[in-house]
Structure formats: C-alpha cells, structure tokens
Design a protein around this ligand. Structure first.
Ligand SMILES: Cc1ncc(COP(=O)(O)O)c(C=O)c1O
Length: 409
C-alpha cells in the first residue's frame, strides 16, 4: 500500500501538522526502552489510597458497570460542588455547572472546543504544560504565549511582566489558561497576580480557564486560590480539576469542569460526543475520595515536600541549578553546567547512559531555544526510586572525571 505522504491527497488534517506527539509521554517510552528510572512523566510509583481502591472495587461488584450520566454521576458531581464551596468558598450547582470528563485532559479540550471559534486567541503562560498548545490548535484557536521568567536566586519565584501580559490581550482574545500550582515551574500564583489576570479578563471580556489539578500539593505555606473565587470572575471562569494527582490515580481518567451554566451546557455537548462519559465505577470511587478527611490532604502535601527536599539536594550536588517549586511535583533545572549543546542531547544522554529519564525543557516552550538549557524532573516517586536516581545522577558531576569524559555526548 502506498504511503500517505506519497498520495496526491495527503488525507491528513492540516491541524495535526502544527504539533508533535507528547514529548513527556515519549520520554516514558524511552525510559522503558533503556530500563531507566522514570522521573519524566508525572505519575506516582506508589500505591493509591486503600479506601478509594476499595470504593472502586465495591462499585464494580455492585454492578456500576454501565454508562454513567453523560455529565457525571450525581454522587461525584455533588461531592465536587460541595468541596469547591468548602475549599474555595465558591458556590456551585452540581446540576447545571459540573461536567465530569475523562481526566482533566479531556476537560481542557472539551472546554476549548466549546468556547473557541476560528480566529480566537488563547493566552498561555510559558513554560507551559504541553497539552495546551495542541488543545488550542485543535479547537481552532491561536495560542499566544506570555513568558514566566525564572527566579534569579535559588529560592526566588517565577514572575510575569504585567505589561507583557496586557499586550497579549486584545479584541480576538477569547480566554487565558492559568495553571496554578504550575507544571513545570512549581509556581503558585499569588492573589495579587490573579487579580491582575482578573482585571484584564474583565476589561477585555475574556474567559479564565484554570487548571488546578495540583491544588493540594503546596509547600512552604503557599496557598491555592481559585480564580473563580475572585470577585467578578464567577461568570467568566471555567475551573478544571481531577482525581489523577490528588488521589494518585492517573490511570483512572476522571476529571471535571466547573463552569457557568450556559458554558457548562456547551461543554457537556462536546464531552457527550467525544466520550459519552467517564468510567462509571471510578466516578463512584471519586465521590468517596472527595470525602477523605482533611488529614489526607495534609499528609499528601507533606509527603511531596519531603520528596522535593530529598531530590533537590541530590540534583544540586550532581551539578543542576534547581528552581525551587512551591507547589505541584516537578522541579525545573538549569543544565548549563554540563556543557551539552542543548536539552535534547542532554536528556538523550541521561536516559541512555545515566539511566534516568527527564523531560527536555524545550517541550514547554513555543521556541525550543527558550528551553534549551532547562530540564524537568518529577519527584512523585518512592524514596528508593529517588535515591537510586540520585546515585545514578552523581555520574554526571562536572567535577567527576567520568562525567567530564561524557560531556557533550
Ligand atoms: C497541569 C496538568 N494538567 C493536566 C494534566 C493531566 O491530568 P489528567 O490525568 O487529569 O488528564 C497534567 C498531567 O501531568 C498536568 O500536569
């Protein structure tokens, strides 16, 4: 059979030529190929909480095995609405505002497909979680990037320039995507920063689409603030969240959106024809998960704080400059000390020769040159995994003769 490329009609949508497959997911495949430790993709290598696994097993045994209501099981929608009110003080009507999706990944693309028209622009802070670029393109919108600048000191914060952000807003701007706590930087947006974003959204009549899946993973006394809780934002915010990170169940594929009713209606239509619904028994387990006591969330954050503080000294000793994350479970690093031509050459060497997979920084930027000196590590792993990775990474040390020999490889 002739190759698609050789055919006079190439058959493919022009849209797919504007993005590549996920680099993060490709790094997981590379890790498996080389038997490397996977500090690339953000999934835990430890068990999910026993209570929620039991709840899922019980739901299957009780024959919750057919399609759930398209926009989500009532028990889960009620729990989502209750917790949004309890944690963020935002009243939510589970009947008209909540849509349960197949992960927050589907929640984001369903939202963008529901609100964007050709010619719309979507403002995205970069470095950004790589899905947002393709999501915008698939929904017909043009991504417009605004830089988050790395801190100049080891414990400083990533910041944006207010004027640069303002310049990105104009009459074709449909939405801004805000991810806080942030992947890959670990930035937790402050109230003052969110108010700047709020003021621009109101002035330019723009939606805020906020990805809050790391809301409970916070360090150093930082606080998570939902944009929807700010005055003036309830009618123009779509809040996206999910079970993956908070309950260590990335494979369950349960996420959701909370939106004003008219927008929720549109999201539900898109979601219906994309997937019909999210896994029914796992939604029931989701309702149990959202009823876990406060101590669960405290332990979750403290567990990740310990893992952060275990990996970062090891990375620093190996020669990385680390940007201290205040939330989420990633650390962005600067790799200048190793003298490699770029992040791709470095991560290739790392996975095949050192035995550790990480994500090249360029995959978080529109212009790969902006991330050429950066690499992201995930620390949502067991102590043994982090310690073994640390041991392997020591082979990289610029002062180590073996390491020096390998530089530039
Ligand atoms: C910022 C962000 N949003 C969404 C996702 C995907 O979430 P889900 O598993 O709910 O689709 C990830 C996964 O790493 C992420 O980092």
């Amino acid at each position: 059979m002739s190759d698609v490329a050789a055919h006079p009609k190439h058959f493919l949508s022009d849209k797919v030529s504007h993005f590549t497959e996920s680099v993060i997911r490709e790094m997981t495949r590379q890790a498996m190929l080389h038997g490397a430790i996977n500090l690339a993709q953000g999934f835990p290598d430890f068990s999910a909480p026993g209570e929620i696994k039991k709840a899922a097993q019980e739901a299957i045994a009780a024959d919750v095995n057919q399609y759930a209501i398209t926009w989500g099981a009532k028990t889960l929608r009620n729990a989502i609405a209750r917790q949004m009110n309890a944690w963020q003080g935002v009243p939510v009507d589970p009947e008209t505002q909540v849509t349960v999706c197949c992960g927050s990944t589907e929640a984001m693309i369903s939202t963008l497909l529901a609100v964007c028209n050709a010619g719309d622009e979507v403002v995205i802070f970069e470095p950004y979680y790589e899905n947002y670029g393709p999501d915008s393109i698939l929904s017909g919108a043009k991504p417009r990037f605004v830089k988050l600048r790395p801190p100049s000191t080891a414990d400083g914060e990533w910041t944006f320039d207010e004027q640069e952000l303002r310049a990105a807003f104009h009459k074709h701007t449909k939405a801004i995507i805000v991810n806080t706590p942030n992947n890959p930087t670990g930035k937790v947006f402050t109230r003052a920063e969110l108010e700047i974003i709020r003021d621009l959204c109101v002035e330019f009549d723009v939606l805020a689409i906020t990805d809050e899946i790391y809301e409970h993973i916070l360090y150093d006394g930082t606080q998570h603030i939902s944009i929807a809780s700010l005055e003036g934002m309830q009618d123009r915010t779509i809040t996206i969240n999910g079970m993956s990170k908070t309950y260590s169940v990335t494979g369950w594929r349960v996420g959701w959106t909370i939106a004003p009713p008219r927008i929720a209606d549109a999201i539900r239509k898109v979601h219906d024809f994309l997937t019909v619904g999210a896994p029914a028994p796992l939604q029931e387990a989701g309702a149990s998960a959202l009823s876990l006591p406060e101590t669960y969330y405290r332990n979750l954050a403290e567990g990740y704080r310990k893992r952060r503080d275990r990996l970062i000294p090891a990375l620093t000793e190996a020669g990385f400059k680390c940007f201290l994350p205040r939330g989420a479970y990633y650390v962005m690093t600067d790799i200048s000390a190793f003298g490699f031509p770029d992040d791709l050459a470095f991560t290739k060497h790392l996975v095949s020769e050192i035995g550790v997979a990480a994500v090249p920084g360029s995959s978080f930027y529109r212009d790969p040159r902006d991330g050429a000196r950066q690499v992201r590590f995930a620390f949502c792993k067991r102590d043994e995994t982090l310690d073994e990775a640390a041991k392997r990474l020591m082979k990289l040390r610029p002062s180590d003769p073996a390491g020096r020999k390998m530089q530039g490889g």
